[in-house]
Design a protein around this ligand. Structure first.
Ligand code: IPE
Ligand code: IPE
Ligand code: MG
Ligand code: MG
Length: 309
């Protein structure tokens, strides 16, 4: 396998799998603590929230948040509540993305989609509650901080911006509007950047802000985030065409059926693969100012395009 930019840092010995496993476990436990603290934990609503949260996501966004805090010399623990909030926003976006009015998918994370397992109304409301709960976690976390409360409020603001009409939701609107349309490369890049890149970049920036990044580190990490955010969605598009549905836990071939605007549709599979790989190279270049504490981010950049799910 080609490993460009080895000179970027001594990450040759970094083992990604145990790193990801450990953090996924931490995030899962913290999410459970939050959901179990609900006074209505046995209701149909919280059951639907639990169902989708526990269905087995990769937890990429919270792990990026922790890895970014660490890269700038901060504590992963400090970034954990924000990481949970990001995962809740992401999970809500998937529940709504799968609804009949949107992508109309039956399978997610290897299980029937939330609206299939419960019903449409419950899935809509579970998504609403996860989104609102994310900001409950963020606000409560900010209130608990005696010092530098403004840092946590800053994180909350950037997450809100990325998740809303200036980010993910605008991307979802464009994704729906673009079905059956031929977008230009520029339009598609913007669409993907909003739909998927915004929340991924926000996850990285959140960790950086909480970890105490200075302006230079923050802008390098933002540039890294933009690259891997786009590479992530390009890979999602590639896997929709080439992936194994059993491994991915969701249907494949659906982008073509729905005439979605995707990179493989725009430039073919080889072109899309090359683009994803170039983006990862660029992401790694943006980490050049960091020491070995950024090795997890380096390894994650490669994982984003090498993953099979
Ligand atoms: C899938 O995201 C949807 C996109 C934004 C491309 P992930 O591939 O991170 O999904 P999970 O969280 O692992 O299920
Ligand atoms: C999902 O994008 C993006 C969001 C949920 C914001 P897709 O619709 O392309 O992703 P999958 O393939 O359903 O996971
Ligand atoms: Mg979609
Ligand atoms: Mg979808």
């Amino acid at each position: 396998m080609i490993r460009p930019f080895r000179d970027n840092a001594a990450d040759n010995n970094f083992e990604l799998k145990p790193y990801l496993d450990k953090r996924r476990h931490l995030v899962d436990q913290a999410l459970q603590r939050f959901l179990n603290s609900s006074p209505f934990r046995d209701t149909r609503l919280v059951s639907a929230m639990q169902y989708s949260i526990n269905a087995g996501g990769k937890r990429l966004r919270p792990i990026l948040c922790l890895a970014s805090a660490h890269a700038v010399g901060g504590l992963e623990d400090d970034a954990l509540p924000a990481g949970c909030a990001l995962e809740m926003i992401h999970t809500y976006s998937l529940i709504h993305d799968d609804l009949p009015a949107m992508d109309d998918d039956d399978l997610r994370r290897g299980k029937p989609t939330c609206h299939r397992a419960f019903n449409e109304a419950t899935a809509i409301l579970a998504g609403d509650a996860l989104l609102t709960g994310a900001f409950q976690i963020l606000a409560d976390d900010a209130l608990r901080r005696d010092h530098q409360q403004a840092v946590w409020v800053q994180a909350m603001a950037l997450i809100a911006k990325a998740a809303g009409h200036e980010g993910m939701i605008e991307g979802q609107m464009r994704d729906m509007a673009a079905e059956g349309q031929a977008l230009s490369a520029g339009q598609l890049e913007e669409l993907h950047g909003l739909k998927t890149g915004a929340l991924i970049t926000a996850s990285i920036k959140t960790g950086a802000v909480i970890g105490g990044a200075d302006d230079g580190a923050l802008s390098s990490l933002e540039a890294y985030g933009r690259c891997i955010g786009l590479a992530f969605q390009v890979t999602d598009d590639i896997l929709n065409q080439t992936g194994d549905p059993l491994v991915m836990g969701k249907a494949v071939g659906t982008d073509q059926i729905r005439q979605k605007s995707t990179y493989p549709a725009l430039m073919g599979l080889p072109g899309a693969r090359r683009m994803a790989s170039d983006l990862v190279d660029e992401a790694l270049r943006n980490l050049a100012i960091f020491d070995s504490k950024a090795d997890p981010l380096r390894a994650i950049a490669r994982y984003v395009i090498e993953r099979q799910r």
